[in-house]
Design a binder for this molecule. Structure first.
Ligand code: GAR
Length: 215
């Protein structure tokens, strides 16, 4: 299967995919890494592996629609089977989401449905939450609101600030994101009637807890 990975930043999740493809954990190859930010760290990671990269700077476009159309035009010849949003920090238009419906995944740094949007770890700290986490989900038109697939929880320790939590959570992200993608690559995942199915079974509303399936 061919993956396209969309990034805006350092690309540590992209790196997890590069490694999962190289190790055979994921029977897939990354056909294109697309960034909306020139110089994003993930571009160098891809180039170091000989993976094709492309930058489409959203600031060059007058509207979200025009930017997304340019991304769709760039992705068309690549014909990815699965599109991975890996720290891609732009809100997508319905036209883009429709083009890849059911084969568009995102990872969000919270235990969805808690804290869609930005500053998730700080918001969890401010609320006094005892745990934080990340969730892999299908992308639908609702921002960070598509059906969750898999989540990982991280306990909040005394003295943790948002940065410390982000580091801890990202280490879990690098486990759950390739794993959820593997389910897709193996043909086990589907999006039907706005519900996520794994092996034909509707997943729980929050997705599967990594702790429940880990050895
Ligand atoms: C990740 O922590 C991801 O969960 C978050 O951005 C980071 C990207 O890190 N995504 C979002 O906030 C999406 N709304 P990376 O570039 O090192 O993979």
């Amino acid at each position: 299967m061919k993956l396209a990975v969309l990034i805006s930043g350092s690309g540590s999740n992209l790196q997890a995919f590069i490694e999962a493809c190289a190790s055979g954990e994921l029977s897939a190859s990354i056909a294109l890494v697309l960034s909306n930010r020139p110089g994003a760290g993930g571009l160098a990671r891809a180039e170091a592996e000989g993976i094709a990269t492309l930058t489409i700077d959203h600031r060059d476009f007058a509207s979200r629609e025009a930017f997304d159309r340019a991304m769709l035009d760039a992705l068309e010849p690549v014909a990815p089977d699965l599109v991975i949003l890996a720290g891609f920090m732009r809100i997508l238009t319905p036209a883009f989401i429709a083009a890849f419906r059911g084969r568009l995944l995102n990872i969000h740094p919270s235990l969805l449905p808690k804290y869609p949007g930005l500053n998730t770890h700080q918001r969890a700290l401010d609320a006094g939450d005892s745990e934080v986490g990340a969730t892999v989900h299908f992308v639908t038109e609702e921002l960070d609101g598509g059906p969750p697939l898999l989540f990982a929880r991280v306990p909040v320790a005394a003295g943790d600030d948002a940065g410390a939590l982000a580091d801890k959570v990202q280490r879990r992200e690098h486990v759950i994101y390739p794993l959820a993608a593997r389910w897709f690559v193996e043909g086990r995942l589907a999006l039907r009637n706005n519900q996520a199915l794994l092996d034909g079974q509707v997943l729980p509303g929050n997705g599967i807890d990594l702790d429940a399936i880990r050895d």
